[in-house]
Ligand binder design. Sequence first.
Ligand code: IMP
Length: 431
Amino acid sequence: MSLDIIIGAQWGDEGKGRIVDLLSAKADYCARFSGGDNAGHTVTVQDTILKLHLIPSGIVHPLTKVILGNGMVINPSMLLKEIETLITGDIEISSERLFISLAAHLITPWHCQLDQFQEKSRGKDRIGTTGKGIGPAYMDKAARIGLRCGDILKPELFREKVIEHASRTNRVLESVYGCPLIDLSASVELFIQDSLKLTPYIKDTGFLLREAIHNGKYVLAEGAQGTLLDIDHGTYPFVTSSCTSAAGALSGLGINIQGVNRIIGVTKVFQTRVGAGPFPTELFEDKAIRLRGTGENPWDEFGTTTGRPRRVGWFDGVLLKYAVDINGLTELVLTKMDILTGLPKIQICTAYKVDENIYDTQPHGLDATQMDKYQPIYEELEGWQDDLRDIRRWEDLPRETKKYIEKFETIAGIPVSIISVGPERNQVIIR
Ligand code: IMP
């Protein structure tokens, strides 16, 4: 029995897609358990760059089946577009290898509209959401008025539910936000038609996965966003609306704890964040541009989903410890090591100064109202000048790079198992 869980250890965008791609070559199932098309990952297959938002990266391996779990919120038109892109890229999509949970919730055009108006109305307290309707879809789920994929299987009832949802949300949009009404007739019909096209893929995926794990299949649970964006354990309220940490893999897929084997945390070797919220080690101006890049390379730090420049900063070891702890990480994957080449010195935050006290673990959880006064305390390490992109063996890494990696192990108390040294599939060092 084997279930490996891959989790982002930061604020998302850690490069999980590539590592999932690497590990899912051997997986029977690759399953996503939270979020929706707010996520974005880029997978390179030979010369083709595929941008996926909903379907797990494992889809590129012909023998791997993929699952969109019950913890997800799914925008049907976005999923259909993604299916089309994959088919155009010669990737087989069928009801034998793509499964959508009956209990996953749907994102509607009205949710997207509501997300954008809610965000505007927050003014200076805006969260910087992706505008994809994530929060409102989870609001309806929690309020027990959501639309679920399973509803699509009863088309007449589904139609009634969609009309009710659209009218209700339209009323909120108009009365609370003064938003012009969306024309119901055309958009309801389009939404229903798109949703119905998903029918062949909708299954009891929890049952499927429990059976698979019981029968010794290898299941990879693919996290979206990152630990620090978790609705409960992240920098609330600057978080997403789902459980992005390891515990979410179990409830978001409908499986139990028995099969869990590895819990793999993926982290960049510096810190990034899109959207608002605390960021103790943030850098600005030239120092930020050095880490972010200018946007001309596909790997520069600009959001896959929104194209927004990411905020960047030195690596935060205190937050890493927290992520190890909350998720029970068993190992670390480090990404983007090549980006640090050429820096004379590298800073790594190992503690915070809060008032006159020093803390090397989070003093107040991740309370956003407290974090703004955290002063990072840095250790300075030597940089390296060598180009790492062609290195494939640990022994061949520069001494300073090894020291930097070992620092992660000391802070986290777990081993680093994989290091990525470039954007290509094979640019990794497996220890
Ligand atoms: P939402 O998930 O669209 O509601 O956005 C809430 C917060 O999470 C915002 O700060 C977003 O920028 C951030 N966020 C959501 N998805 C991702 C992601 O995949 N990577 C990085 N940040 C994300």
